[in-house]
Design a protein around this ligand. Structure first.
Ligand SMILES: CC(=O)N[C@H]1[C@@H](OP(=O)(O)OP(=O)(O)OC[C@H]2O[C@@H](n3ccc(=O)[nH]c3=O)[C@H](O)[C@@H]2O)O[C@H](CO)[C@@H](O)[C@@H]1O
Ligand SMILES: C=C(OP(=O)(O)O)C(=O)O
Length: 515
């Protein structure tokens, strides 16, 4: 008897689509999955299209091959890209939702005992790692269809005795569990935060904003040992000494369930913080001052509502795609750009001579974030007279700075790019020299870029940092000839199917795997 609503045909289509999504999510070509599963490629293709009856043995081999890949977090098969550069792009591409709001809202889902549905979550490693950690605490999740919709259901009581330390240590975002967990857990341990190698990133600002909520943390053997006592009584005023994004998010998540009013001074008004606030408002937490540096959070001691929230688009992915168009001197449209978070970047590019058109604004699915489509035209760029440096929002986004080094290398003249934030990130930009650029390291924070570059192809291993790795990929799109970018797994931390999506714009990129 067919017990599946919709009948076997729909069942086939859904299974096929699940397999295709999982395969693509792992950056695997059909031929590779077919080989690993020991299934003829034509059979796999038919399964993915829902075009043949399902053989349980074949399905179990395909699913084992996918699982083997997905459950190898510490040593995923290295993925590499072969780029045939010098090709002009065309067409339009949509910006996906952000890594940074994605991870924050996954952590925030712990604030409600109801079910959280997040719409259009990017299928990226950073999200997967947090999901692995949540699953190890007893949280259930399932992807709904192909669009990144994710349903998260907490258990009656979280089990913090068996946290997946390996997944946790590979992401810095683990630190955002402190704020939600302090509500119902007088004592708990969390593994140390990890992430990209960008130099030392202190967690002290997090501990400092969480102390008024009663949190004390001792560290030993790679673990934060947290204990929670009564915090200060409302109304509380907390001054952030650094306007950090995840610090602000931790403080908001702590305040969300503490009775009374918490005022945060020098809060980050950045995009991921806004997404978190919009999400919490849907859970009944009222927050004044969203988008400003003073937030007043009115806590709700118990939250047991179901919530359904559509994340907003990623300004850093938007900048990455805009950079792809600029460096390849292409006419492309980058659609669904969260425009409030790219005003400075676009103004700078305009100063450098970029010709582009901006559409009328329209709302994102969350009904709050403003989007616009940006059409880029081939432009002759000149270096900016003053240095280019980031600032906390509303300045030039810290994560967008690396893209300006590449754009400067395409412009006529010298540009000083100053990354005052990260100790290591600017250093990786000197890798552009392998492709013909003239990037001099003045000190660990400042690079001098002389343009325009006569680009040429090269083989490079990705640096252990997300944005510099993407910058190299984009430079390879520009460089005539064939380049190879090795170990691009770091890019999967923050971008979904980037090579494939650039391919749809005409970029010639082959994905291959192996040691
Ligand atoms: C998951 C997530 O959301 N990650 C983002 C978040 O990380 P996150 O919020 O974790 O960033 P950090 O708190 O590590 O801050 C980054 C660096 O900036 C320094 N700092 C920050 C603010 C300030 O007012 N003064 C100051 O000196 C910090 O000391 C640190 O060295 O913000 C970073 C800075 O925008 C982004 O690169 C990350 O993509
Ligand atoms: C530094 C970054 O993020 P994270 O905080 O996840 O390391 C980034 O997105 O470039």
């Amino acid at each position: 008897m067919d017990t599946y609503a919709g009948g076997p045909e729909r069942f086939r289509t859904q299974i096929g689509s699940l397999i295709r999504t999982a395969r693509r999510g792992q950056g695997m070509e059909s031929a590779q999955l077919a080989k690993r599963a020991g299934v003829p490629m034509s059979v796999l293709e038919h399964i993915e299209q829902g075009a043949i009856a399902l053989d349980p043995d074949v399905i179990s081999r395909v699913s084992a091959a996918l699982e083997a890949e997905a459950s190898a977090p510490s040593s995923p098969t290295p993925v590499h890209l072969r780029v045939h550069g010098g090709v002009t792009l065309s067409g339009s591409i949509d910006v996906k939702t952000s890594k940074n709001a994605g991870v924050s809202l996954l952590c925030a889902s712990l604030l409600t005992s109801g079910t959280t549905t997040l719409r259009r979550v990017a299928r990226i490693d950073e999200v997967n790692r947090i999901l692995e950690v949540l699953a190890s605490m007893g949280v259930q999740y399932r992807w709904l269809g192909d669009n990144g919709d994710l349903e998260i259901t907490p258990p009656a009581k979280l089990d913090l005795s068996n946290i997946n330390a390996e997944a946790a240590r590979r992401t810095r975002s683990i630190i955002m569990f402190l704020g939600p967990l302090l509500h119902d857990h007088p004592q708990f341990d969390l593994p140390f935060a990890g992430g990209c190698n960008l130099g030392t990133r202190s967690v002290e600002p997090h501990l400092s904003v969480l102390r008024p909520f009663g949190l004390e943390v001792e560290t030993s053997h790679g673990t934060y040992h947290a204990s929670v006592s009564d915090g200060t009584v409302a109304p509380r005023k907390i001054v952030l000494t650094e306007r950090g994004d995840t610090v602000t998010e931790n403080a908001i998540m702590a305040a969300a369930r503490c009775p009374g009013e918490t005022t945060l001074i020098n809060a980050s008004p950045n995009y991921m913080v806004q997404d978190l606030c919009f999400f919490l408002e849907k859970l009944g937490v009222s927050i004044e001052g969203i988008g400003t540096t003073t937030l007043i959070v009115h806590g709700q001691p118990e939250i047991d509502a179901d919530v359904d929230y559509a994340l907003s688009e990623d300004p850093i992915e938007a900048m990455s795609l805009i950079t792809a168009g600029i460096v390849t001197e292409s006419e492309i449209s980058v659609c669904r750009v969260p425009i409030e978070f790219l005003e400075i970047e676009l103004a700078l590019l305009e100063e450098m001579g970029l010709d582009y058109r901006r559409s009328e604004e329209y709302p994102a699915e969350n009904g709050r974030t403003r989007l616009a489509d940006i059409t880029l035209y081939p432009s002759t760029l000149v270096a900016r007279a003053d240095k280019i440096h980031p600032m906390p929002f509303p300045g030039l986004n810290i994560d967008n700075l690396p893209f300006f080094a590449l754009i400067a290398a395409c412009a006529e003249g010298s540009t000083l790019v100053h990354d005052w934030v990260y100790e290591n990130r600017a250093i990786y930009l000197a890798e552009l020299n392998r492709l013909g650029a003239d990037v001099s390291l003045m000190d660990p924070h400042r690079v001098l870029v002389e343009g325009p570059t006569r680009w040429s192809g090269a083989e490079i291993v990705c640096p252990p940092a997300l944005r510099p790795a993407v910058v190299l990929l984009l430079a390879m799109l520009r460089a005539k000839g064939t380049s190879v970018l090795r170990h691009v797994n770091v890019i999967h931390r923050g971008y979904e199917q980037l090579a494939e999506r650039l391919g749809k714009l005409g970029a010639k990129i082959e994905v291959f795997r192996g040691d």
